[in-house]
Design a protein around this ligand. Sequence first.
Ligand code: GLU
Length: 511
Amino acid sequence: MNANDNTSSPAVVRVAPSPTGDPHVGTAYMALFNYALAQTTGGRFILRIEDTDRTRYQEDSERQITEALTWLGLSYHEGPDVGGPNGPYRQSERTDIYRENTQTLIDNGTAYRCFCTPERLAELRRAQRARKEPPGYDGLCRGLLPEEVEAKLAENTPFVIRLKVPKDRAVVFHDELRGDVEIEGKTIDDQVLLKSDGFPTYHLANVVDDHLMEVTDVIRAEEWITSTPKHVLLYEAFGWEKPRFRHMPLLRNKDKSKISKRKNPTSLIWYKENGYLPEALLNFLALMGYSSPDGEEMFDLASMLRDFDVKRISTSSPVFDMDKLLWLNGEYIRADSEANLTQRVLDHLAYRRERGLEPDAAEADVLAWIDANGGLDGDAARDFVGRTMPLVQERIKTLQEYAPLTRCFFASDVSGYAQEEMVPKKRNAGEVEDLLRGIVGALEKLESWDTASIEALLRSLCEEYSWKPRELFQPVRVAVTGSKISPPLFETMELLGRETTLARLGAAVEV
Ligand code: GLU
């Protein structure tokens, strides 16, 4: 039993992306809320591919959509790759169904054939623009007599099928999140339902499928709210029961415009490639429309489902704030176990390689070491990455940040730094050189090579040389790790071992 107060009956919901490019964060956002409603009511979640716009269709897009949903853990009960009782789940494979159903509308007089040529329609639009009128079909073919229609059909005149929108009344529907929405029929165009090539438009296919797939609840983005009156008219024309509608607020850029890839990465695959964790991304997307009852910002999918209440969805425009996502991602990384995170880092590197992504210098060094030591699924890689994990887990916010921070453990040579990086303010190169010689000498004699001993020794050298710790650690850090930013220094030196550490300090003296 659910403690929450959702619609008591099992909800059948769907996400219906169009395969027109990279899988979009908006698809995951919609999928998440639909999934949550299905899960918390014991219902069903459907993936339907709306691929009837063949001009915008992109070959690999459907595979990427399913990959992204799987990555996020938003599994669907029915879909093109898993099947189900009401398939097919690709609209391009359902064109017969749409054609048959439009015939019902022709027969009952709620739709009509329109034989207007593209030239006439273009001329109509031009004239409307000139008169500063909103564009729309003027209804010429609404009044064709049956024998006129027959004659055109006999001549094989191409036609589309349009919805006969009642112009003399308003269309009203209820949005469960927003209340009643009312729109005057005269402002609604006689929507094309079936194009001359026999392909349906979004509106027809969407309504027919939602009905035949037994969808009870439509949760979709706000941008479709202007389409809903047409859908409502279609449900009425077919004599079908309407689903419940909920229009979610659009994700927005910081400037409040609709989220766009010019201002934010919008491809789910981008987040995967760049080392975001699916649970962090889901949590972040959940926050875009939902708050947990206790006000906690960090909640995983399981805890969201525990107290999910569809009535708590908020309609205020959420801003897609990458800094916040990065913060959340870091929180999830910190909350993970070392062993699991180790595996995730390795899987991440493997995924990037498989995708053919060009590694940067740090990633290339990490991969080279791993390849030379038994590969990404070998024990050596797991052990060694595991040993670095306690040093970096607190310091990385994405899996992708692992390689730059740990490069010093994997690279055979870190000496690409500039000499100045080793010289603290108010010190000169000569002083640094003397210091480093002293440090090398002392470290050579250090009895036990462990973090505590290394730290004690370096701190005692600070006093001996009258250098502040921060000053003294800088050249050591740069020499040993190749960068001013590194994992904690003493632990790093321990893990690198005496030989490598001394060799790098020695090389720095030469610089
Ligand atoms: N194909 C539409 C989209 O790409 C579906 C909208 C809806 O859910 O009705 O978002």
